[in-house]
Design a protein around this ligand. Structure first.
Ligand SMILES: [Zn+2]
Length: 105
């Protein structure tokens, strides 16, 4: 059976733990279950149960990872802490250079 594991990370550690089934971010504690020698993180026992009853029989342990197979879903948790703001200072910095000058000698 699984066990609850406290996720220890510092505030600047950007490594995230996602549920092996639904892909949701596991913020603090993960339900860790060893399946076929592999420790997988889940949100809770419910996800583990789904993984066992749904994913494993359907895809097997060597099948595509649920997270990778599931369609990309925007994570609401990511909103609000945008670190990468696209700079608007240099939108067209790299032109081809030709034609702009029009220097006829
Ligand atoms: Zn989950």
């Amino acid at each position: 059976m699984g066990r609850w594991v406290e996720i220890e990370r510092t505030w600047h550690d950007t490594a995230l733990t996602n549920c092996a089934l639904c892909g949701r971010l596991v913020p603090r504690r993960m339900w860790q279950v060893e399946i076929d020698g592999q420790a997988l993180p889940f949100c809770n026992e419910e996800c583990e149960g789904l993984y066992r009853s749904y994913w494993l029989p359907k895809y097997g342990k060597s099948g595509p990872h649920p997270r990778l197979a599931s369609p990309p879903t925007p994570s609401p948790a990511a909103a609000g802490e945008a670190e990468h703001v696209p700079s608007e200072s240099a939108p067209l910095a790299h032109g081809d250079g030709r034609g702009a000058g029009g220097e006829g000698s």
